[in-house]
Design a protein around this ligand. Structure first.
Ligand code: SAM
Length: 326
């Protein structure tokens, strides 16, 4: 367990905290300027002043890395989403570094304050409530600002729900696209999914339990009934990975109701071969033939079934060919 180095270090650190009750950084203290010229030493690690992007556990606290503990023990300031959540994490490891809230609602106001600290030579850590910061979590604009000002930026990698889900999905892992959270409304969600329909990679989504069944159904409709996995409560006591095609997963969660806990959804790339590589001209020829005798709806259903292309994509093409598309 990392400890503060010595009494002098502890008193230096105390004097450099400068955090208001609201968790905001105040004016830099002289110690931070001194820190520019020396390395901070913790455990086996040495940390120069700069911005450190630190991954934290997504469930199992023993997944924290030794280097994360080293850094969090000596950081002048830890920027986090929710100070209450991160205070518990630190307390679990016997750490008590000063915390400052940095989240989507105060980021514009807080970023300049964090930059002041960084420019004054502080060691600033950025963590999220869980997992890897910046991944569907705040941080990239702070990184951009730090890089623009020539501040040293380092990553301390570790737990990530997206990657843990990918590892357990049983789906191809050589190419993947992390798509974050889909829109909550079905129409917007289908539009986002349509834009992903031809991506030749495993797709990774974050999803909430109440929206899971509807989202899986929209995926089946927009992407085709591909192999998929729902990874839930990763690294926790009730970790579960449910691997089935999208339509079966949608039916399961529609019948069972929303599951408990946090969820990652993973979807296989489009099937290789004819279905995936069917060119647009061939699709148009099939659709034109079908449209000669069928409604747009029936023609697109028939062609989607015959070609393995996503129904929504074929439907949109059929609308365009029939002159009814936008
Ligand atoms: N930055 C985090 C990371 O790298 O894991 C993700 C933050 S994002 C705001 C939170 C979402 O991640 C959750 O809604 C859920 O979709 C997913 N998630 C986080 N922890 C998880 C877990 N233990 N099991 C499954 N999904 C998880």
């Amino acid at each position: 367990m990392p400890r503060r180095q010595d009494a002098q270090r502890a008193s230096e650190r105390k004097s450099s905290r400068g955090i208001s009750e609201e968790g905001e950084a105040s004016a830099p203290k002289p110690i931070e300027a001194q820190a520019r010229s020396k390395l901070l030493v913790a455990g086996a690690a040495r940390f120069e002043p700069g911005l450190y992007l630190v991954a934290t556990p997504i469930g199992n606290l023993r997944d924290v890395t030794l280097r994360a503990l080293d850094l969090l023990a000596v950081a002048d300031l830890i920027a986090c989403e929710d100070t209450r959540v991160s205070a518990k994490l630190l307390a679990h490891f016997g750490l008590s570094a000063p915390l400052a809230a940095y989240h989507e609602h105060n980021a514009e106001r807080m970023r300049p304050k964090l930059m002041e600290r960084l420019k004054a030579g502080a060691v600033v850590a950025l963590i999220s409530d869980a997992g890897t910061p910046l991944v569907s979590d705040p941080g990239w604009k702070l990184v951009r600002a730090a890089l623009a000002d020539g501040i040293r930026v380092s990553a301390l990698p570790g737990p990530s729900a997206a990657l843990a889900g990918l590892l357990l999905s049983g789906l191809p892992s050589d190419r993947f696209l992390f798509a974050g959270f889909l829109p909550s409304k079905s129409a917007a969600r289908k539009k986002s999914l349509a834009a992903l329909a031809t991506v030749q990679a495993t797709l990774i989504f974050f999803e909430t339990a109440p929206r899971l069944a509807a989202s899986l159904a929209d995926m089946a409709e927009s992407l085709g009934d591909r192999p998929a996995a729902v990874a839930r409560e990763l690294t926790k006591l009730y970790e579960e990975v449910h691997r089935q095609p999208l339509a079966a997963l949608a039916a399961h969660y529609r019948a069972a109701g929303p599951p408990k806990g946090e969820i990652v959804v993973l979807v296989a790339p489009p099937a290789s071969g004819a279905a995936a590589t069917l060119d647009e001209a061939a699709l148009d020829r099939s659709l034109s033939a079908a449209l000669a005798t069928m409604s747009v709806k029936d023609a697109s259903a028939a062609v989607a079934a015959a070609t393995g292309q996503p129904r929504r994509l074929v439907y949109q093409r059929a609308l365009a060919l029939s002159g009814r598309g936008t």
